[in-house]
Design a protein around this ligand. Sequence first.
Ligand SMILES: [Zn+2]
Length: 423
Amino acid sequence: MRLSSTLQRGLVELPEPPGPIGMYVCGPTVYARAHIGNARPFVIGSWYARWLRLRGYDVTLVHNITDVNDKIYEAAPGASAARAAEATEWYLEDVARFGLDEVDHYPKVTETMDAIIRFIADLVERGFAYEVEGDVYFRVGKHAEYGRLSGQRPDQVEEQEPNARKEDPRDFALWKGNKPDEDTWWESPWGRGRPGWHIECSAMAEQLLGPSFEIHGGGLDLVFPHHENELAQSTARGYEFARIWMHNGMLRFTGEKMSKSVGNVATMQEALDEWGRETLLVFFLTAHWRSPIDYSDETVGAAAARAEGFREVFRNPSRAAPPDAWERFQETLDDDFNTAGALALMHDWRDHELLRRALDAFGLASLADALEAPEELHELARRRQEARAARDFAESDRLRAEIEAAGWEARDEADGYRLVRRS
Ligand SMILES: [Zn+2]
């Protein structure tokens, strides 16, 4: 079992099952309806945890909710806490619709404040952080390995969070003193304020997975500064922190329809309403998790056709696959979780049991399942056949319409009829 890691710049071997495997995937900042791009780290993290569990690993998956942040203060002045609570519900509702119930913990910043403050106090005590007028900054210059994850030379790190009072332009905020336009704050040894963005993930990961764990995931856009800073904070306390860094490629908007609506990009809710969970999951399968994925009417439409192709397999008789088919599928996913390769194998399978098992690995068993028509519809289909035999075409048409209204189609076959779900 091996996985590409940004930190080692190559493939890294996982321990033997059962591990344990602690897995932390950075979640959203909750200030509005989540963007469809936010679905990718959630889906890939959930799928990988699911695959590891199928392969006998003991996995704990953590996906945090950033419910204190500049973006939330900006989006809802004077009502940031209410907005964050509402947008948290939206996010959890949206991701639940994917039907991938693999996340064990969804920690929130507002519920982790004590651990965050203790973490910062420890960094101050160790000389890795310092206070300036109610803010606390991480001392980048003291950390010899800073820049290791993102590949920046320590003396050339980009400036972050400009502030003339900092010792060094590279230093980043761990704690920010309360400002007049920020309507939430917490008491701390440095006065009223709230945490910087990066510290929450170091504190939450440590609280739920321990100081060192296997896999840290998130979008490629988080490598710098977010993950570089998480790694610096945690390793400054003498821990390894995450061993493997799994950064997924970004979702890009490429279609014509999308380019017209700049500034009004698709939310996860809209995408789920428009395409449904099965099509979106098949869409995410089509690209390797490290690669970018192009989101357009054409690419998602092609995924819808592939999903329909899988349903069609189950409408036709099962045909046995080669005996090594599952083994090849397993090898493909064990080797850097190559879902596009797995999809290519599944495409050729007509073996119902095997294909259902493979689809289930991605939460897609529904493509195989919901295909047996209810008994009432069989009754209607039989009556329709009788009506046709008696040349009562009006009655036969009426029954056909009734079957279609229930979402099915009666296809005539040599030896009777077959009920097929309408797509
Ligand atoms: Zn994070």
